[in-house]
Design a protein around this ligand. Structure first.
Ligand SMILES: [Zn+2]
Length: 165
């Protein structure tokens, strides 16, 4: 009984990923490895592993709207890192993470602490790269106006691919 869960997969979301990538001017030479993961908490992450190689993880059991927003958010982080505005790397002895924004060192917030402590969570959300990624999410209507957004690949068993300009 109950509704059958339809999980987000890269195949289902590839048309959306393509549109977001194009909007962010991410070149084809940049390889992005996607993992759609059944997280219990809604979440996503992006990591720029090395030149032209990034990894994005997205929770796979959330709503269609959330999934597109999260892809926009995480791909915005990829764009920030690809263009070198945001850098996240281990320090020389590999004991600590360093975050820089426009080459200025910024505080780094531990993910676990971030979830537990609302004060740290707020500080994290107010960091410039997060503010920018959240603002980009708000552009979902521009990227996916009704006719495109309505073609919900996630709510259908068959994936309707469509051409975008
Ligand atoms: Zn973020």
């Amino acid at each position: 009984m109950g509704r059958k869960a339809i999980y987000a997969t890269q195949r289902r979301y590839q048309p959306y990923i393509d549109i977001i990538r194009r909007d962010l001017s991410l070149p084809d030479t940049l390889y992005i490895d996607f993992t759609f993961y059944p997280y219990k908490l809604k979440g996503g992450s992006a990591y720029y592993v090395r030149e032209n190689y990034a990894e994005v993880c997205i929770q796979s059991n959330a709503s269609h709207h959330w999934t597109i927003s999260a892809l926009m958010h995480e791909l915005k982080h990829v764009e920030q890192m690809y263009n070198g505005r945001l850098k996240i790397f281990l320090n020389n002895d590999g004991t600590d993470w360093i975050t820089t924004w426009f080459d200025v060192e910024m505080p780094w917030y531990d993910t676990t602490a971030k979830l537990k402590n609302p004060e740290i969570r707020d500080k994290y959300r107010n960091s410039p790269w997060e503010v920018e990624a959240s603002a980009y999410e708000e552009q979902i209507e521009r990227l996916f106006p009704n006719d495109r957004y309505a073609k919900l690949v996630a709510s259908s068993k068959t994936i309707r691919m469509y051409k975008y300009e």
